[in-house]
Design a protein. Structure first.
Lengths: 273, 287
């Protein structure tokens, strides 16, 4: 039963063959980004020399430096606010049995069913009316509101699975509710906290439509929007474009490879409900 | 526990109401008007926008395209994801590496993926170069320039990106099946195929449900891939509901009809979600 059988070997070979086909786009992405702009060789061959100059060119022409900073700021601030708001909301909603807290929990759950498109235009007007258009706070506000249902849903589910005994012991020892929450409950929530953080980070970093709506035409654009503008301008120079694409995804890829176990667990576990 | 700690939910509630609930309520009203987004005056037109959504060429095509994308990506991602999960759940040596590898596209920015494929599928691009090597011919497929091939390309790109996502959910489901049940079946003489159909697949039911729901919803919402890959072309024939809504509202100034379309999309998603969430909500209600 535990041996390496010929059947396993067959599965291994076919999966690796599939992986090679799957990898073809990645191969093209990286090799083209290192190719000289004048290269006429087949796109399938390896580049003769490595042209890192594409990278510095793309970085300057696409304004990737400032876009990267914007993406980083927007993602970091949004994720921190999402974690704080959703955890604070999920705790009472998961623990209290009152009608008010039940009702609020259902109101949040209802948001899981609401797709964003109907709200898109009136929300755009509301953000314009409060004068946030073009500021990074517009997209941060949108992300925080938009991600509440899902994040609260994940936190509340996890909090319910944690026995009340720990908090009750802390109260008996004289800790206030707030103190028990901070010193006892929050440390117990570490696994779900990292899941919520990872899922939100990837969603926000990659999101295109929200910054396209609220930040286009300003200095505050994020990476996907910067790439969109850049490609529109330099579409004939693919090596340059691809260097831009690679620079844009490297931070996420590095983060993913460092934390691959928890990222995959986050996606699988977070969505199982 | 003091009841007033429910106040801790207020910041979340305020953001949620502002971003999602209030705009949804206000938005629903505009669907009954001919508002263009700028003019402060608009007229009540009843259900005209909804009638137009199903009868105008552009939006009925968008409904068709969206349905085709949602259904085919759901079927393909689930079959491929399940096969991958079964494969990397065996004791093959490269299993950990392959898991990470197949999952990588999931975390990548959809806009980047769409540009990558735009190049791959270009008339003189690598995909056609590959075809040239395997079987040279006079004319090569215009992947993004022909309306059927454009649709096929969008589906292919989405399947390439998201099959790894289905894989990890199936993998988690597979790992929840107790080893003993499978061993007991082996002792009773069940073949591998029999074990798969009679034990593994039924026990994967929750993973199947969640996977189908997620892929239908992301298929119905498809925007990034279409917007970048084809721009809705050729001649608008690959526009989805989401790209049509964006174009109507922000390029043509037809907010009323755009919101009517959005409501149709909402309705479709809500029906599917309620249907899929029912077991989940029942479990919630039991708590």
């Amino acid at each position: 039963m535990k041996r390496y059988t010929w059947r396993l070997g067959l599965i291994e070979i076919s999966l690796i063959a599939l992986a090679v086909v799957f990898a073809f786009p990645f191969y093209i992405l990286f090799t083209l980004s290192l190719r000289g702009a004048e290269a006429t060789a087949s796109p399938l061959s390896l580049p003769e020399s490595l042209n890192f100059v594409n990278y510095s060119d793309a970085w300057n022409k696409a304004g990737l430096g400032s876009a990267m900073l914007n993406s980083f700021l927007i993602t970091a601030i949004s994720v921190v606010l999402i974690l704080v708001f959703s955890l604070l909301a999920a705790y009472p909603l998961a623990r209290l049995a009152s009608r008010l807290s039940k009702g609020m929990y259902w109101l949040f759950l209802f948001g899981l069913l609401l797709p964003f498109q109907v709200a898109l235009i009136p929300l755009y007007q509301a953000i314009r009316d409060i004068g946030l258009l073009g500021s990074i706070w517009s997209v941060i506000l949108v992300y925080v509101g938009l991600q509440m249902p899902f994040s609260i849903f994940l936190f509340a589910g996890f909090i319910r699975s944690v026995p009340k005994d720990y908090e009750e012991a802390a109260w008996v020892d004289g800790a206030s509710t707030w103190m028990a929450l901070r010193k006892v409950v929050i440390p117990l929530l570490r696994p779900i906290t990292s899941t919520v953080a990872i899922l939100n980070t990837i969603f926000i970093w990659n999101d295109f439509l929200t910054p396209l709506l609220y930040l286009t035409g300003t200095e505050r654009i994020t990476i996907p929007v910067a790439l969109f503008a850049f490609v529109g301008q330099y579409v004939s120079s693919w090596p340059l474009v691809f260097a831009g694409l690679v620079s844009a995804i490297l931070p996420v890829l590095i983060l993913f490879f460092i934390m691959q176990k928890s990222v995959m667990k986050g996606f699988a576990g977070g969505l199982k409900g | 526990m003091p009841k007033r700690i429910v106040l801790l939910a207020l910041p979340a509630l305020a953001a949620y109401l502002f971003v999602l609930i209030i705009p949804t309520i206000r938005g629903s009203r505009y669907s009954l008007t001919d508002w263009n987004g700028l003019n402060p005056e608009y007229e009540f037109v009843g259900l005209q926008n909804f009638r137009d959504a199903f009868t105008s060429d552009a939006s009925s095509r968008a409904i068709y395209v969206t349905a085709v994308i949602a259904i085919s990506t759901t079927i393909l991602q689930n079959i491929i994801g399940l096969l991958l999960a079964v494969g990397v759940n065996t004791r093959i040596k490269s299993r950990n590496l392959l898991r990470v590898f197949f999952f990588t596209p999931v975390v990548m920015t959809p806009v980047v993926i769409a540009y990558l494929w735009q190049y791959l599928l270009a008339p003189n691009g690598p995909v056609n170069s590959m075809i040239a090597i395997v079987s040279p011919r006079d004319t090569y497929p215009s992947w993004l320039g022909n309306e059927n091939l454009a649709l096929l390309s969008i589906i292919m790109v989405m399947v390439w990106q998201f099959s790894g996502f289905a894989m990890v959910i199936y993998l988690a489901g597979l790992q929840n099946i107790p080893e003993e049940i499978l061993e007991a079946a082996s002792i009773d003489g069940a073949s591998s195929r029999r074990k798969f159909w009679s034990i593994t697949l039924p026990m994967l039911a929750p993973a199947v449900t969640i996977n189908i729901m997620l892929s239908i919803i992301s298929g119905l919402k498809a925007f990034d891939q279409v917007w970048v890959l084809t721009g809705g072309g050729p001649a608008g024939r690959s526009n989805t509901l989401s790209t049509t809504i964006y174009r109507n509202a922000f390029q043509y100034g037809e907010f009323g009809s755009s919101i009517a379309l959005a409501l149709i999309l909402t309705f479709a998603i809500a029906i599917i979600s309620i249907f899929q969430y029912r077991p989940l909500l029942r479990r919630e209600a039991a708590l």
